[in-house]
Design a protein around this ligand. Structure first.
Ligand code: SAH
Ligand code: SF4
Ligand code: F3S
Length: 456
């Protein structure tokens, strides 16, 4: 056993990075590292970064500035602090990171996390180490079991089932930073889910950049995401399943049917459309039209009438006119979202759209974003408002801010604050929603009540 060392991990970006940070902690635990909650005093500071928009990528450098000062202070006190940069900025920028921030010891891309201990050793020998190759072996085959470094028991967990993207939307860096689509074998996922359930996890969110394109090796042929969900709904202790992020093109018949047939599959779906204009969808290389999206939504709602929808939108994509933008607003009006993310288009180095001629002025992007967000906020409020007075199933997840308060989630992913004893964490209870806040709902625990299903 190696001597005890500490690692502080800071995670940016998407849920997959959250999952990866946990797995890096598992890998480092084998090497003697314990996770610590503060950067100061840590032997290793690991930034797990995101490259999706310019702002996200730039944040890393300001953080590196702060950490370099800590590193210098540690050195003055006779201690060593190593700095590692992982994630999508690491993959996209590689050596450039060390050139711009020489205090960085290690740069490691998302497909090499299983090699972290060896990379750290190389850095100790050579001054620094950069690893952004896509290795032939699959990292998941070379990682210790999930939860090796788990310090606190949690009720919900992410589980990556698919990674990478072959879609090449013209605005997006992900196909370059995460590589080609790879699905993990079904058996390994079931094992990991069983392990998580045994550790007390009640809800798993399956992750993939294109999670519904999942096609994993399994005995007797490949399994689709629907088949995998069906199998996972049999895992003892697992009560709730979710998946994200899906692409409209991969919303297969069996997956739509799963929303009707699997009670464990929660009635909430993040299905980004990005734009409501056919012209822009084409320029984005989304490879579907707005009507295709409407048809999918209709079929999903026919399968699961209380399904709530979430989405992602980009405003100000190159060439987007006022009419195109109005089409997006009309699509949002027509669909009615429970929740959504919206962004100003950010040109990313190496992507086709960044080379486009007709960039939309920043002021126009800002104005469009404000209008879109106002509409989406109204929809979210309206959706949350429908919960008032209802009794809904809440999975109690963790202690709230006040003593005696627990924070949980509704089936529609809304945060719900409930007064209930701490022993009830990890259970699903009927809760009457009495108040609608801006970030969460407030509810009272209803004894002896069967939860009703809300209808959207
Ligand atoms: N795989 C997911 C998206 C992952 S990126 C999908 O296909 O939907 C998450 C979101 O970031 C995207 O849905 C998009 O809305 C936004 N995004 C990606 N690239 C962007 C860019 N260059 N500028 C602004 N937003 C971007
Ligand atoms: Fe990016 Fe498009 Fe792939 Fe999503 S589907 S990760 S937006 S390229
Ligand atoms: Fe960001 Fe990479 Fe996720 S770019 S959104 S961390 S896949």
């Amino acid at each position: 056993m190696a001597e005890a060392k500490t690692v502080f991990i800071k995670t940016y970006g998407c849920q997959m990075n959250v999952y990866d940070s946990g797995r890096m902690a598992d890998v480092l635990a084998r090497d003697g590292y314990e996770v610590t909650e503060t950067a100061e005093g840590a032997d290793l500071v690991l930034l797990n970064t995101c490259h999706i928009r310019e702002k996200a990528a730039e944040k890393v450098y300001s953080e590196l500035g702060r950490i370099r000062q800590m590193k210098n202070a540690a050195r003055a006190a006779g201690r060593e602090m190593k700095i590692a940069v992982a994630g999508c900025v690491a993959q996209a920028e590689g050596e450039e990171i060390v050139a711009r921030a020489p205090a960085v010891d290690v740069v490691v891309g998302p497909q090499s996390y299983h090699r972290l201990p060896a990379i750290l050793q190389r850095a100790a020998r050579d001054g620094h180490a950069v690893e952004t190759e896509f290795p032939a072996e699959n990292k998941f085959d070379h990682m210790p079991p999930v939860g090796s470094a788990r310090t606190s028991r949690s009720v919900t967990a992410f589980l990556t089932v698919q990674e990478g993207c072959d879609k090449f939307c013209t605005f997006c860096v992900v196909p370059y930073t995460r590589g080609a689509e790879v699905s993990r074998p079904a058996g390994r996922i079931v094992e990991e889910a069983e392990r998580l359930a045994a550790q007390g996890v009640r809800e798993i969110t399956l992750l993939g950049q294109n999670v519904n394109a999942y096609s994993g090796e399994a005995p007797g042929g490949r399994w689709s995401l629907a088949r995998l969900l069906e199998r996972l709904s049999d895992v003892p202790g697992l009560e709730r399943l979710r998946y994200t992020t899906s692409h409209p093109r991969d919303m297969g018949d069996d997956l739509i049917a799963a929303h009707r047939d699997l009670p464990a599959l929660m009635p909430y779906l993040h299905l980004p459309v990005q734009s409501g204009s056919d012209r822009i969808l084409k320029a984005m290389n989304r490879r579907h039209r707005r009507d295709d999206y409407f048809r999918i939504i209709d079929r999903l709602r026919a399968a699961r009438p209380d399904l709530a929808l979430s989405g992602d939108f980009i405003v100000g994509f190159p060439g987007e006119t006022d009419d195109d933008f109005e089409d997006t607003l009309r699509l949002v009006e027509a669909v009615g979202y429970a929740q959504a993310y919206s962004f100003k288009y950010s040109p990313r180095p190496g992507t086709p759209a960044a080379e486009a001629a007709a960039h939309v002025p920043e002021a126009v992007k800002s104005e469009r974003l404000t209008r879109l967000q106002a509409l989406l906020e109204r929809q979210q409020k309206a959706f949350n408002g429908t919960m008032r007075g209802r009794v809904v199933d809440v999975l109690l997840e963790k202690p709230g801010r006040r003593p005696g308060q627990i924070i949980g989630r509704s089936p529609w992913l809304q945060a719900v604050q409930v007064d209930a004893p701490a022993e009830m964490i990890g259970t699903i209870v009927p809760v009457r929603i009495v108040e609608i806040g801006s970030n969460s709902l407030f509810g009272a625990f209803e004894e002896n009540r069967e939860p009703m299903r809300a209808t959207a």
